[in-house]
Write a protein that binds this ligand. Structure first.
Ligand code: SF4
Ligand code: SF4
Ligand code: FES
Length: 256
């Protein structure tokens, strides 16, 4: 006999809204995005949901299931207790556009502020040489699919709305990718401290827990960035070197 699941889906826009309940017939392998598509097909063709790949690659179906940030296309219905309603809501950290779709454009604005990769000149033989260790260290950060689930769960953004002071975990890994790149020549440490607010992170690791790509955001990106900033600003020897202009190997970004 077919099993039914109840979904409580948030319906609304910037002016407000409420939950509506839908009953969906489940099948083996069904994910929450499938259930939302069933609802669109049978009960609510105007329900808004953003998705693209249905394979956990594009990062566009981010929302919250039972209050936890999730990719809807990678969240199996079977992980929720049978007979209990499953609540689906838009990401709470970003302004709602409609139903499950949020406006994540703040993230694009943060991305634009980060000085881009600027490699040192090539060697005399026309090549660049790097240590494999340096490549391996940043490789995991490149798996990011920009789903912004880490931004959504981070209490600095979600609960304290410090979007003007803190860039958030997704951009901490981007900054770490650039800072740790063996060829990069730009020194972003002042920006990481001041403009991107690394000090706001109190290492709760919630971002790492929700990352669908299992990037070790806190331990491998944020803590090393904090250490670099602390060394640079609070180590008395480095502080003195900075004052006399000898403490940095990279260039400061030029003002825009
Ligand atoms: S570890 Fe830092 S960046 Fe990650 S969720 Fe916690 S406060 Fe936010
Ligand atoms: S770091 Fe992980 S959770 Fe954050 S945007 Fe990238 S893939 Fe998504
Ligand atoms: S639809 Fe692409 S990640 Fe879910």
């Amino acid at each position: 006999m077919a099993t039914k699941a109840t979904l409580r889906v948030y319906r609304g826009d910037k002016d407000g809204g409420d939950f509506k309940e839908y009953s969906v017939e489940t099948y083996p392998g069904m994910v929450v995005l499938d259930a939302i598509h069933e609802i669109q097909a049978n009960d609510a063709p105007d329900m808004a949901v953003r998705w693209n790949c249905k394979a956990g690659r594009c990062g566009s179906c981010s929302a919250e299931v039972n209050g936890k940030p999730k990719l809807l296309c990678m969240t199996r219905m079977t992980q929720y207790a049978e007979g209990e309603p499953i609540t689906v809501t838009p990401m709470r950290a970003f302004p709602i556009i409609k139903d499950l779709v949020t406006d994540v454009s703040w993230n694009y604005e943060v991305a634009k502020k980060i000085p881009p990769f600027k490699p040192r000149p090539k060697e005399a033989d026309g090549t660049w040489r790097m240590q494999q260790y340096d490549i391996d260290r940043i490789q995991e950060f490149r798996k990011c699919i920009e789903c912004y689930l880490c931004q959504d769960v981070c209490h600095v953004i979600r609960d304290h709305d410090k979007k003007t002071s803190f860039a958030g975990p997704r951009f901490m890994i981007h900054l770490a990718t650039l800072e740790m790149h063996p060829l990069d020549t730009v020194d972003r440490r002042d920006m990481i401290k001041e403009e991107f607010g690394v000090g706001y992170c109190n290492i709760t690791k919630c971002c790492t827990e929700v990352c669908p790509e299992h990037i070790t955001i806190t331990d491998n990106a944020i803590i090393p960035l904090k250490e670099r900033v602390a060394d640079d600003h609070y180590d008395p020897v480095r502080w003195l070197l900075r004052k006399v202009g000898g403490g940095r190997k990279k260039e400061k970004p030029s003002p825009k």
